[in-house]
Write a protein that binds this ligand. Structure first.
Ligand SMILES: [Zn+2]
Length: 216
């Protein structure tokens, strides 16, 4: 954001070079250093989160709540609507903020630059699933509260598709694109797991807004 001078008294001025932390969170401009942190703050307050979706021109609809039982469920989920290229299954509002910002500021420009065609849709493997972390019986996954989404691939306007399963390891533009959108997710989400992480993620990117911070 451009610097803004606040005049304080005669001849004195304080120049704020980044008002990111002072204005209501708006995800229309490119993310700044604090955007991921501010998304996690907004995620704690559903009303703040819903207002941020509206302010940021992110089309979404509130989803019916699911009763929390055995550590599963949610009461503040939204689905990004079909008007959005990031149209999504129901996911917690804060996750939806990060997901929409990722599509807008990371995925869209990377597709144009690397692949020469816009992304028209993102293929997910879903968000909510009442289950434990793979290999960790008794520890609920972030999916259990719709606080995680798995991304399997992308469809481009020119008809091509990019899949994590098939294109991750390539040295071509599709592989470069996938690794760029993984790297770009790390500042917006809390945990980002890719095929570089382990075999359980060989065919998708796991993106969540849980307490753990990891990017690999
Ligand atoms: Zn996942």
């Amino acid at each position: 954001m451009a610097g803004v001078a606040l005049v304080c008294g005669v001849g004195a001025a304080i120049v704020l070079t980044d008002l990111d932390g002072y204005l209501p969170l708006d995800l229309r401009p490119p993310p700044g250093a604090f955007t991921g942190w501010r998304i996690r703050l907004a995620a704690k307050e559903p009303e703040v989160c819903y207002a941020t979706l509206v302010r940021s021109d992110i089309p979404a609809e509130q989803s019916p709540r699911r009763l929390v039982r055995d550590g599963c469920g949610y009461d503040d989920a939204v689905a990004l609507s079909g008007e959005s290229r990031a149209a999504s299954p129901p996911m917690r509002c804060g996750l939806a903020l990060a997901y929409a910002a990722w599509e807008r500021h990371v995925v869209a420009p990377a597709a144009l630059r690397r692949l020469g065609s816009p992304v028209v849709s993102i293929r997910t493997l879903g968000a909510f699933a009442c289950r434990d972390i793979a290999g960790s019986a008794g520890r609920r996954s972030q999916h259990a509260t719709a606080n995680a989404v798995d991304v399997a691939g992308f469809t481009l306007k020119d008809g091509r598709t990019v899949s994590v399963a098939g294109d991750w390891k390539g040295d071509d533009t599709k592989g470069l694109f996938l690794r760029e959108v993984r790297d770009g997710a790390c500042g917006l989400f809390s945990a980002v797991l890719s095929p570089d992480s382990n075999a359980a993620h060989r065919d998708h990117l796991h993106l969540d807004l849980g307490p753990a911070r990891v990017c690999r």
